[in-house]
Every structure is written in structure tokens, then in C-alpha cells.
Design a protein around this ligand. Structure first.
Ligand code: GLP
Length: 253
């Protein structure tokens, strides 16, 4: 696992957008695994800027998103489909037919999950999977558990996740309690993983991810087992990792 230490959120956003942009330049028909949440907003803003400057072209890119709230329609302003449309897809020249998000309206969980697995399986691989880090260590919506769940599944969100995500809703009571998420095996199959972590509210959990054992109780810890995983984290997020190297870039064994 390679860790890149950056000064703040702005630098994190620039560095992650540059990394994704390099992939698009080298492989114009790449498949991007994309994430929602507050952290990737700056990355998406910078990707839109690079696109407007004529430096990247999304016309051949495909995207597969990590997750979606169960029960929300695509045009619901709180759905992750809506988030992606507003914050990225509508501002670049990606073909909407090549963008995939789990179907939150599919009421039968087994069917929703197998349909999304079939979409993921259409692609030979995800070239780069972008991840945020949940406050309890979740990636996508893979919540802490006693085992890693391999493929797309319906998850009941932890109270901490509902509370953290309620900032995007008018009221906590509006936050759906369930979601569909890509599984850990799908995430780990990506050729390259990029996790971005910002702010002091993530410092304690980032320490567990970087310094603790690999355990499904801290889902992001599984990333230690990936052969090409980069974590970009800012000083605030790394503030509890005092035992780790202070260099701007270092490799964790
Ligand atoms: C949600 C998403 C995750 C995201 C997490 C952290 O739960 N399902 O993919 O990583 O939020 O979000 P934020 O970046 O807002 O802290």
C-alpha cells in the first residue's frame, strides 16, 4: 500500500484528479469505479476542469459506481445516481449509457444484486476504483462485519453511517436504512485502487486502517492485500498515525 501525504483537501483533490486523468489519457476506454460522499467532490470538480481545458476526453470511458440507497429513484436528489449526474456526468462528455449505478428502485434485493453483478461482469476489469472511507471503516457500503462479503449485496446501514450521511438530507429520519453495494471481491479485483481520506474526523479510523490488522471489522483494512493500492490522505486525516513515516510518500509493507 502506497500512502501519499498531502497538506490539505485541495491538494488531495488535485492529486487524485491528476491520477485519474493520467489513466484516461493512457487508456481512453478505461473503466472507472466511482464513489460518492463528500470527499470525491473536489476530485470530480478538478476532473471537470481538466475536461473543460481540453486535457481529458471521457467519450470512451465507462463507469461503475459502488453503491446506491435502496428505495430511492434515480431522480431523487438524495440518490447516488443523482449525485453522480450532478457532480460529474452532466459536466463531462461521458456517454450516459456507459455509466452504471445500482438500481435503488428494484425492490427485490436478490434481483437488484444479481443484475448489478451482471453489469460488473460485462467489464473485463475495473481499471481504477476510487474509494472514500466511512467513519466506521466502510468502503462503498461494506459495513463492519464478521466476514467480507464478496459481491453486490443489500446492507442494513449502521447507525453511525446513517448519522454521518444525514448531513446530505433535511432530516436524519429521511436517510434510507438500507443500500445496495458492490462487494469486497469486486472492489479488490480492480487493477488499481485509489482511496482518498481527508479531515480530522477520519483520523482515528484511518489509523486503524493503516496500522491495524486486516479484519472485516474494519472493511478498508482489506486494502493491504491489494497489490496496487494508493491512499491519498491529508495531514488532518493522518494526525493519529504518528508511528508512520513522515515522508510525503511511503510504502506500507
Ligand atoms: C458513504 C458512501 C461511501 C463514502 C462514505 C464516506 O457512506 N457510501 O462510499 O466513502 O460515505 O463519505 P465522505 O467522503 O462524505 O466522508
Amino acid at each position: 500500500m502506497r500512502v501519499i501525504r498531502v497538506s490539505d483537501y485541495e491538494e488531495l483533490s488535485l492529486r487524485s484528479a491528476d491520477l485519474i486523468a493520467s489513466l484516461i489519457i493512457l487508456k481512453p476506454d478505461c473503466v472507472l469505479g466511482l464513489a460518492t460522499g463528500g470527499t470525491p467532490l473536489g476530485t470530480y470538480r478538478d476532473l471537470i476542469r481538466l475536461y473543460r481545458e481540453g486535457r481529458i476526453d471521457f467519450s470512451q470511458v465507462s463507469s461503475v459506481n459502488l453503491d446506491e440507497y435502496r428505495g430511492l429513484k434515480p431522480n431523487d436528489p438524495h440518490s447516488y445516481r443523482y449525485f453522480m449526474d450532478q457532480n460529474l456526468f452532466q459536466n463531462i462528455n461521458i456517454d450516459p449509457a456507459h455509466t452504471f449505478v445500482p438500481d435503488g428502485c428494484e425492490s427485490d434485493p436478490a434481483s437488484a444484486c444479481s443484475k448489478y453483478d451482471a453489469i460488473i461482469d460485462r467489464f473485463p476489469l475495473i481499471d481504477l476504483q476510487l474509494l472514500g472511507l466511512g467513519g466506521d471503516g466502510h468502503i462503498g457500503f461494506n459495513e463492519p462485519s464478521d466476514c467480507f462479503i464478496r459481491r453486490t449485496h443489500c446492507v442494513t446501514l449502521k447507525e453511525e453511517t446513517i448519522r454521518a450521511n444525514s448531513r446530505f438530507f433535511q432530516d436524519k429520519a429521511e436517510v434510507p436504512h438500507q443500500a445496495y453495494t458492490m462487494g469486497i471481491a469486486d472492489i479488490m479485483k480492480a487493477s488499481r485502487i485509489l482511496m482518498i481520506v481527508s479531515g480530522s474526523s477520519k483520523a482515528a479510523i484511518l489509523r486503524q486502517v493503516l496500522e491495524g490488522p486486516v479484519t472485516p471489522a474494519v472493511p478498508a483494512s482489506v486494502l493491504h492485500l491489494h497489490r496496487n493500492c494508493t491512499v491519498i490522505a491529508d495531514e488532518d486525516a493522518l494526525q493519529c498515525c504518528d508511528r508512520l513515516c513522515k515522508d510525503s510518500q511511503f510504502i506500507l509493507p
